[in-house]
Design a protein around this ligand. Sequence first.
Ligand SMILES: [Ca+2]
Ligand SMILES: [Ca+2]
Length: 374
Amino acid sequence: MKKKIYMFLLVLLALPLLVSCETKTKKAANPDSLVPYLDDYWVAVWADEFNGDELDMTKWSYEINDSGGGNNELQYYTDKNAIVSNGTLKIEARKERHISRDYTSSRIVSKYKGDFKYGRVVARAKMPSGRGTWPAIWMMPTMNTYGGWPASGEIDIMEYVGYRPNYFHSSLHTKKYNHINGTELTSEMKVIDAENEFYTFEIIWEPGLIESYVDGYKIASFKYTAAFNQEVDYHEAFPFDQEFFLIVNLAIGGNWGGAQGVDDSIFPTALEVDYIRVYQKDYNYYDKENPTKPDFVNVSTKLNNSVFWRESSDDMGVEYYNVYVDGELYGETNLPQIRLKGLNKGTKYSIQIEAIDFTGKRSELSDPIEHVFI
Ligand SMILES: [Ca+2]
Ligand SMILES: [Ca+2]
């Protein structure tokens, strides 16, 4: 009997809760960020302001090795060269023998502690000085969903080489676009005093688009356009639809940083980082509209059974597309291209596309196109 009364009470208590859920509330920001919101709808989900007196190991791990990024660098990465004090992180490169190398430095990663898919990353930093330094704030894929480097992508938010002072670089590397075949997507900006002043580095990363900023100036807009990449599956051109983690490091020497040698008189020298903040959109609170109907649906002439279309637009962004074959759901894809597999050769199929936003709102189905499976 008692049990029944309690059950009844629980039902009564639950009712107002269910009703109140109808009123949407803004997503709470991660309290670690000193700036909780950007443009209202970007909400801090992760941040390190580098307060305190040691590296926060709930957010970062050290990569300890003498191989670094595999670019013939000269440093030994230790867990001793990252110092947190007076509100900043200092990654200090030193001229000192350590096991197999003549220089030490540090490389920290947020892998498995801060992994993100889409969002806005803002970092503020001051560069080290001198020929041979090669600091970077960048991102790598948590899982190599599309294969080893560069197939699963690399996002260089900021790179800098000491022999060419005051030039900041931002780049993407993918299977189709990378520095090995000379096609990496890259942009640079010259500033006044990178080694004595702090600058902010930022990317805005959305499905099919990564924009890069220095001190609020857009220096690059890397956009996936299916029509221009018809010969490959979308992820070969733009694999940035998976989780990535942050990396902060100061390399010494290497293929790029050491292209003009290393000046041994510059040590110690440090990359100093004031903060790194990661934001994501508050979709549930701000999204109001359905995505537009996908149009310009086409079959590629350069890749068998590849269908692509013009991306839909949406007030807060399209998360993915559903693909229908003869009216049945065939599969989904994050960017506006899909390669059909496993259908019957020589058979004509009707294909339609539907866009879905991050809150599950759907577009109208595209007008059907016909394709004879090859
Ligand atoms: Ca700080
Ligand atoms: Ca929407």
